[in-house]
Design a protein around this ligand. Structure first.
Ligand SMILES: NC(=O)c1ccc[n+]([C@@H]2O[C@H](COP(=O)([O-])OP(=O)(O)OC[C@H]3O[C@@H](n4cnc5c(N)ncnc54)[C@H](O)[C@@H]3O)[C@@H](O)[C@H]2O)c1
Ligand SMILES: O=C(O)[C@H](O)COP(=O)(O)O
Length: 528
């Protein structure tokens, strides 16, 4: 079996490492404890790399990583990844966007409370100086204060909600959201940045990019209230660090809660010489709960991308991810998986790929068609050759025809994607939908209704609807030491379709034996 090499460049939770270690077709390399120069030697074998913010994925890294097909940023911010350089090399970059949200939200609240109650001073005086002087430390309450939240995304909006539970007035500035996202939560929304500068406490939760670097500098601080409190648990450099230092020193800024620095590690930073800050060493994501989730997702996504099956949360696609609403993203993944599954059911040459959409996802048919093509080709070609940039070109060279259509009648689902892959020998039509924002399901297979997660090893058997078939299949698989994890059956007028999920891969021989059962009409096998 040819193995894919996944190199882990930074520390991730052992649950993620265990997934990599125990996956048969993965050659796992742990490189988190070596220095970044030695990493350049190790990374040359990687098909996929997993990093956190401590590894710069820059030209030097990418020049060394000559095999690299995908990179997983095991966290949210990808400002350490040179996205353009990745795209030029056809390397797909992904992040794990929501697994550490709560950790970062709670650290933000911790810094806010700590600043308000002058926690570092009080702690130091009692613990290190052994002085009991309660009259020295009168803090302030969050209650009734105005909090300015810059960036109302996953973290920002949750900070706002928690601040409201402290009975604060909350105002947000985020030009990229509809105002109702804030106002529906009882948060005031402004497009005037000066309104934010007038708040008692300001916290920032934007990505780091050309637009947000130094978003708060001398000029902005000059407009703030004397004694303002600033929190930054997003990225170093969003507040100009020199301006922050000068104004903390002068007392214009009463206190700052800082988790992130422009250059990390920051053990010798001038801000650390000041008393009126609370600092943490980029610990926003460092809860056991979040690291467990991130590592698990990163490992699973790394395996899927190493196999060329799917690239969850891909960041550098030919389509602009920012223009795709979040509800469409799981459909993109589902589309690729369904096409991958469908193309495995019959390995003869693909003639055409048709993608039909119902509901609001209709608007994204072109993108969905690209993902269907990647999925279908991945099942039938050398996986390493196919990516989002080249999939349609390769398909056209193979003479594959494309077709998209909008389904306007309702089928009981608010959105549904239907993919039909026509090969030289058969036509496979599979439909899927997404429940509760991210629960992907196959809901129709060749005209039969189902409810199946698109995951695992699946035997699909079309059979005459006669008694005893389930027992015969169960016995046959049992005789071959194959464990059935799930058995789904849908019945039509004259025939039935069974989807049998199994724990072990199915050999051609076993498939033949099932096909030879008297009631069997056709049998196919696929793995996702
Ligand atoms: N300290 C940590 O360990 C830690 C942990 C997680 C995330 N983060 C960082 O926190 C930040 C926010 O993460 P998130 O998960 O909430 O991201 P997100 O993408 O969900 O939200 C970011 C929000 O910022 C808004 N935004 C973008 N540009 C803006 C601008 N110029 N002005 C105002 N708003 C703007 C976007 O519209 C979006 O709503 C990121 O920088 C991320 O890297 C840090
Ligand atoms: O953007 C993020 O996810 C956080 O800053 C966490 O980064 P880390 O994975 O290096 O802790």
């Amino acid at each position: 079996m040819s193995k894919h090499t996944i190199v882990v460049c930074d520390h991730i939770h052992e649950d993620g490492l265990n997934i990599l270690k125990t996956t048969e077709d993965i050659n796992y390399v742990y490189a988190a404890d070596i220095d970044k120069v030695s990493l350049l030697d190790v990374i040359k074998d990687a098909d996929v790399a997993i990093t956190r913010s401590s590894t710069d994925v820059d030209e030097k890294f990418l020049n060394a990583a000559t095999n690299l097909k995908a990179i997983i940023r095991a966290g949210v911010g990808y400002d350490n990844v040179d996205m353009e350089a990745c795209s030029k090399r056809g390397i797909i970059a992904m992040n794990v966007p929501t697994a550490n949200t709560i950790a970062a939200v709670e650290l933000t609240m911790a810094h806010m409370l700590s600043c308000m109650r002058k926690f570092p001073y009080a702690h130091n005086q009692l613990k290190n100086e052994r002085i009991w002087k309660r009259e020295d430390w009168y803090g302030n309450e969050l209650f009734g204060k105005k909090l300015g939240v810059i960036g109302f995304g996953n973290i920002g909006h949750r900070v706002a909600l928690r601040a409201k539970s402290f009975e604060m007035d909350v105002l947000t500035y985020d030009p990229y959201i509809p105002s109702t996202k804030a106002t529906d939560l009882g948060v005031e929304y402004t497009t005037n940045f000066d309104d934010i500068l007038a708040c008692d406490i300001i916290t920032i939760h934007t990505p780091k990019n050309q637009e947000t670097i130094d978003m708060i500098g001398e000029n902005e601080i000059a407009k703030m209230k004397d004694g303002v409190i600033l929190i930054n648990c997003a990225r170093g450099g969003l507040y100009n660090e020199e301006a922050l230092y000068n104004n903390l020193k002068s007392g214009k800024i009463a206190m700052a809660g800082i988790d992130v620095f422009k250059k990390e590690p920051a053990t010798d930073h001038p801000l650390l010489d000041l008393n009126n800050i609370t600092v943490t060493a980029h610990l926003g994501a460092n809860t056991k709960e979040s690291q467990k989730k991130i590592a698990t997702q990163a490992a699973e996504n790394a395996i899927e991308s190493a196999r060329g099956i799917a690239y969850p949360n891909a960041l550098n696609l030919p389509i602009d991810e920012n223009k795709i609403p979040s509800f469409v993203k799981p459909y993109i993944e589902l589309t690729q998986k369904i096409a991958f599954l469908s193309a495995q059911l019959d390995k003869s040459a693909i003639r055409s790929i048709s993608v039909c959409a119902q509901g609001e996802i209709k608007e994204y048919l072109d993108s969905l068609s690209t993902f269907a093509t990647v999925g279908a080709l991945t099942a039938s070609s050398d996986k390493d050759e196919i990516n989002y940039v080249n999939a349609k070109f390769i398909a056209e060279e193979k003479g594959i025809k494309f077709d998209t259509c909008e389904i306007n009648h309702s089928s009981g689902y608010s959105n549904k994607i239907t993919i039909t892959i026509t090969t030289e020998k058969r036509v496979n039509t599979i439909s899927g939908t997404v429940f509760d924002d991210d629960v992907q399901r196959i809901v129709e297979l060749d005209g039969f209704d189902f409810d199946i997660e698109p995951k695992g090893k699946m035997i699909m058997m079309r059979n005459n609807d006669v008694p005893g078939v389930i027992g015969q299949v169960g016995k046959l698989l049992g005789d071959n030491n194959i464990n059935i994890s799930d058995f789904r059956l849908a019945r039509g007028k004259n025939s039935a379709l069974a989807v049998i999920l199994v724990d072990e891969s199915i050999s051609h021989k076993v498939l033949e034996q099932i096909n030879n059962l008297e009631a069997a009409i056709s049998v196919a096998y696929a793995e996702i």
